[in-house]
Design a protein around this ligand. Structure first.
Ligand SMILES: NC(=O)c1ccc[n+]([C@@H]2O[C@H](COP(=O)([O-])OP(=O)(O)OC[C@H]3O[C@@H](n4cnc5c(N)ncnc54)[C@H](OP(=O)(O)O)[C@@H]3O)[C@@H](O)[C@H]2O)c1
Length: 358
């Protein structure tokens, strides 16, 4: 047998994969493990027999959770497992999922995207060698989009970088006197705090800590903290005021007293950090953009004009129009009177992600 790539016109497993994706969102968005979902289907009727999702390091993988959820283990014999990510092939905390599926008697495994991690990949080959029918690539674009943070981090061996700023329509992130609270509206700020609560870390330069003294916590609109807090990270050589608010964060801040984003990112990856939101200021943001280290931009544009020189970014190594960094807008939404944009550096054909017209 050989691993089969799903045919574009074959949609028979799409509904089950969409459900696996939906339940995968129950798992945490942060940490070293991906969000994965699995549904087990009856081989004849296609009825869902069991479902499972992974809930973070140390908890069962989605396939094991789904197998465990079966009313009777005998139901696995000859059944179809539909899982968002290729089943792992390594011992880890929980043992290889490929072996558990084989042992349970699963006859067909359908997955969305191949596992790129060196230690866990090879599950498809192990299943195939054991005589299990393997089909890959079902709803691959949707799974790729859903797992983009984790997949990018593992493929590039550095954290996924989201660069965030809030600016006026004329691109200013502060007024001439340095005041910047608040450029975006209350709902935009609540939205950005929700995104903070889903990331591993928030990074700023020393200038932002010294000028603005941000707490870098993820807070609900009433000021209370989200259960998950990102690690505050500061890039830059200067010492910070001991009374800076980041030192009151529930998570001990990490300092990188240097200027190299890529070196800092390698250390972060080794630390288990997979998703960093870079929140400025302009010098730090420009360093990440100039080094082509930004995977996603999240921008809040407020219907205000400030003029002056305090722009969101400074020099990014572009001298002429031909050198412009081109982006694809993936999400365009109104948040109250503000505009929220999520964009990615352009590479290859435009992805068919939802773009909501204003
Ligand atoms: N509206 C917004 O979204 C927003 C967000 C953040 C900040 N801001 C505004 O931005 C202003 C601060 O601007 P800023 O540019 O000074 O902030 P910054 O980027 O936070 O800090 C700049 C400092 O970071 C260090 N640094 C780290 N990596 C570097 C690199 N690769 N190259 C050069 N320096 C590096 C340097 O300090 P060392 O000398 O210590 O190494 C540099 O002076 C604040 O007044 C704030 O209001 C606005």
């Amino acid at each position: 047998m050989a691993i089969q790539h799903v045919n574009q016109s074959d949609h028979s497993f799409d509904v089950a994969m969409a459900r696996a994706l939906e339940i995968s969102a129950d798992g945490p968005t942060y940490g070293v493990n991906p969000q994965v979902g699995c549904v087990i289907l009856h081989p004849v009727t296609g009825q869902i027999l069991a479902e499972g999702a992974h809930h973070g390091v140390g908890t069962p993988h989605a396939e094991i959770a789904a197998l465990t959820a079966l009313a009777d283990p005998e139901l696995a014999k000859g059944a179809i497992a539909v899982v968002t990510l290729e089943p792992c092939n390594h011992q880890g905390h929980t043992g290889p999922c490929s072996q558990a599926l084989i042992k349970a008697g699963i006859a067909t495994v359908v997955y969305g995207v191949k596992d790129p991690s060196a230690e866990a990949s090879g599950g498809a080959e192990a299943l195939d060698a054991a005589g299990v029918r393997v089909i890959e690539g079902v709803l691959a674009d949707a799974v790729e989009r859903h797992l983009r943070v984790w997949l990018t981090a593992v493929r590039l061996q550095r954290p996924f970088i989201t660069l965030k700023w809030a600016s006026t329509l004329d691109g200013r992130t502060a007024a001439q006197d340095g005041s910047s609270q608040w450029i975006s509206n209350r709902e935009s700020r609540a939205h950005s705090h929700l995104l903070r609560s889903q990331a591993d870390a928030i990074l700023v330069g020393t200038g932002t800590v010294i000028d603005d003294d941000p707490a870098l916590t993820a807070r609900h609109p009433d000021g209370t903290l989200y259960d998950h807090q990102p690690i505050p990270i500061v890039l830059g050589r200067r010492d910070l005021p001991p009374a800076a608010k980041i030192f009151q964060s529930p998570i001990t801040p990490i300092r990188y007293q240097q200027h190299s984003p890529s070196e800092a990112l390698s250390e972060m990856f080794a630390h288990g950090i997979r998703h960093v939101i870079v929140e400025g200021g302009p010098t730090t943001a420009s360093a990440f953009i100039g080094d082509h280290l930004v995977d996603e931009f999240t921008l809040y544009l407020a219907p205000k004009l400030l003029g002056g020189w305090r722009l969101g970014i400074t020099q990014i190594g572009v001298n002429n129009i031909a050198g412009a960094h081109e982006l694809t807008i993936d999400v365009l939404e109104r948040i109250g009177d503000d505009i929220f944009i999520q964009a990615t550096p352009k590479k290859g054909p435009r992805p068919e992600y939802i773009v909501e017209a204003i």
